[in-house]
Ligand binder design. Structure first.
Ligand SMILES: NC(=O)c1ccc[n+]([C@@H]2O[C@H](COP(=O)([O-])OP(=O)(O)OC[C@H]3O[C@@H](n4cnc5c(N)ncnc54)[C@H](OP(=O)(O)O)[C@@H]3O)[C@@H](O)[C@H]2O)c1
Length: 314
């Protein structure tokens, strides 16, 4: 957790009654920033000016962010990473108790994070979420992170219509519609950034994941298309594509030791990833420092997607 980045205790704390969930803590406090002292020599002045610009390039102070699915795993790490860099974050999840527990933890750590109960696979709930976000952030959103995604592993011919629809609505339709709903807010920010969580399955074939991989492939191409369509509004669109990351979603499949050994064997770095190793890539794509990067999908995969044939014994 990024709580160590904050030294200020909460100043005041209130609940907004308009929240679609019962509790919606908001926290107002000022984050201590290290101020650069003026220098005497002209050389030092140049140094200070560059450093100041640099500190702005690597900060999300004053930015607003919506991160879907922020109570566990990769989403939680993203929420904490963005808030740690100074952004005011709104997140959502379906489980209200888990969300309230997270909000309590975050607020006691001094992070500026609010949340709503929302199932992003449901159109009406997505609309309600964006209305809340718009009213909280005065109609401006700098960052949208489409993190929610799920998986159903089985051969393609065994998929029921309901399972197909669950994967499509949760993984892809939610991304498409949230982008559509967020567009006026992102445009109003004058420097918007959308990052969607894809998967290496959007690039390479994985066993029993044909439908999930189709949703991630669709995210990848939507990323490229929107990057061109929305460039005129200074909205950047990128994606991050992980391989196995230690989260609740993959706990069960990775509990099989033989399977885990095979995962390691195709991963050049020879290990699983941590949620914080994905959130750092997402944060980079949200920062002013990445202002010339759009339409890209960055794999965070220990080298898995570029692995060729490297036998252990020649
Ligand atoms: N973990 C990996 O190895 C891996 C690899 C490649 C790609 N990814 C991608 O990374 C993203 C995050 O995965 P993860 O492993 O961190 O998942 P996770 O551990 O299962 O966490 C999912 C988070 O999203 C929320 N969520 C799930 N469905 C939702 C819905 N319909 N509406 C709103 N919130 C929802 C969950 O809370 P509730 O359950 O309370 O709703 C939870 O906060 C996904 O897009 C996934 O495809 C993961």
């Amino acid at each position: 957790m990024a709580s160590h980045l904050y030294t200020n205790p909460p100043q005041n704390f209130h609940f907004l009654a308009s929240s679609p969930s019962s509790l919606k803590p908001h926290l107002h406090f000022s984050i201590k920033s290290t101020k650069l002292q003026p220098q005497r020599s002209s050389a030092s002045s140049v140094h200070v000016r560059c450093a100041t610009q640099s500190s702005q390039r690597w900060s999300l102070q004053g930015k607003s962010a919506l991160v879907t699915g922020g109570t566990r795993g990769i989403g939680r790490a993203i929420v904490e990473e963005l808030a740690g860099l100074g952004a005011e974050v709104h997140t959502c999840a379906r489980n209200e108790t888990e969300l309230e527990n997270c909000l309590r933890d975050w607020n006691s750590s001094g992070l500026r994070i609010a949340g709503s109960v929302c199932d992003v696979s449901d159109r009406a709930q997505r609309e309600a979420l964006m209305e809340t976000v718009s009213s909280d952030f005065d109609g401006k959103l700098h960052i949208l992170v489409n993190n929610v995604g799920t998986n159903i592993r089985k051969p393609m011919v065994e998929f029921t219509a309901g399972e197909f629809s669950t994967l499509m609505s949760t993984n892809f339709e939610s991304v498409f519609h949230l982008c559509q709903l967020a567009y006026p807010l992102l445009k109003a920010s004058e420097a918007g950034s959308v990052v969607s969580i894809s998967s290496v399955s959007g690039f390479v074939s994985l066993k029993n994941m044909s439908v999930q991989s189709a949703t991630k492939g669709a995210i990848n191409q939507l990323t490229r298309s929107l990057a061109c369509e929305w460039a005129k509004d200074n909205i950047r669109i990128n994606a991050v594509a992980p391989w196995y990351i230690k989260t609740s979603m993959v706990e069960q499949v990775l509990s099989n030791k033989d399977y885990l050994r095979e995962v390691y064997s195709v991963t050049p770095l020879g290990r699983l990833g941590e949620p914080s190793e994905v959130s750092s890539a997402v944060a980079f794509l949200c920062l002013p420092a990445s202002s010339y990067i759009t339409g890209q999908i960055i794999c965070v995969d220990g080298g898995m997607s570029i692995n060729g044939f490297f036998p252990q014994h020649d």
